[in-house]
Design a protein around this ligand. Structure first.
Ligand code: GRF
Length: 221
């Protein structure tokens, strides 16, 4: 029997290229996902247009309209609860989240981060990779917990650092890989192959002790 289509919300703050990648994958029937709502904390986020073009309802909940983090997060949480979403995808949502918010959506919220976590949590990951002289970097998708970029990592994709790379060239090469990683990872959620269990990732019913690694063909090892 076919599983029901997973209902998700995507939270953005900026360009929204990852949101667009998800929308395109759905349109091409590569992903059985229903994005029921997009939330942006910035009214001017260029990514909003991807949602409106695809007729996805958008909530602009600007953090500057709220006195503090808790009240802003509570407003976002209310919209998410009302949308009945099963998965919340943070795709370039540039907000530190309150503990109440992360607890409320524990096990149902994932974040895309441009480094091989646990390395380089936080911002400016490309320059920090270059300054450290690392030979590779990549992107990670993790369950969101109260610590910044700290929840259990579900999947990763790796990218070699090349001689002469700067932050812009790394970002340009990582972008398309992030899109692939996000689509392939969300597909695992759509197929109900990933769950969150006691601060760990369960894949096909078994706890995994290292993140799944994306292969060029879009599968994982
Ligand atoms: C991505 O690099 C992601 O890793 C980070 O924010 C960026 C979002 O890009 N969290 P976009 O807005 O989806 O283009």
């Amino acid at each position: 029997m076919k599983q029901s289509t997973l209902k998700a919300a995507v939270l953005i703050s900026g360009t929204g290229s990852n949101l667009k990648a998800l929308i395109d994958a759905i349109a091409e029937a590569c992903l059985d996902l229903n994005i029921v709502r997009v939330v942006s904390n910035r009214a001017q986020a260029p990514g909003i247009v991807h949602a409106t073009t695809a007729a996805i309802p958008v909530s602009i909940i600007s953090h500057i309209d709220f006195p503090d983090r808790q009240s802003h997060d509570a407003a976002v949480a209310m919209v998410l609860q009302q949308s009945g979403v099963e998965l919340i995808i943070l795709a370039g949502y540039m907000r530190i989240l309150s503990e109440d918010f992360t607890r409320q959506f524990s096990g149902r919220m994932i974040n895309l981060h441009p480094s091989l976590l646990p390395l380089y949590k936080g911002l400016d990951t490309y320059n920090r990779v270059l300054q450290s002289g690392d030979s590779e970097t990549g992107a990670s998708i993790h369950f969101v917990t109260s610590g910044l970029d700290s929840g259990p990592v579900v999947t990763q994709v790796k990218l070699p650092v090349l001689p002469g790379d700067d932050a812009d060239s790394l970002k340009a090469r990582l972008g398309p890989l992030e899109h692939k990683l996000l689509i392939a990872t969300v597909d695992l959620f759509c197929k109900r192959e990933i769950t969150y269990q006691q601060d760990a990732v369960s894949y096909r019913g078994k706890i995994i002790n290292r993140p799944l690694q994306l292969k060029p063909d879009g599968s994982f090892f």
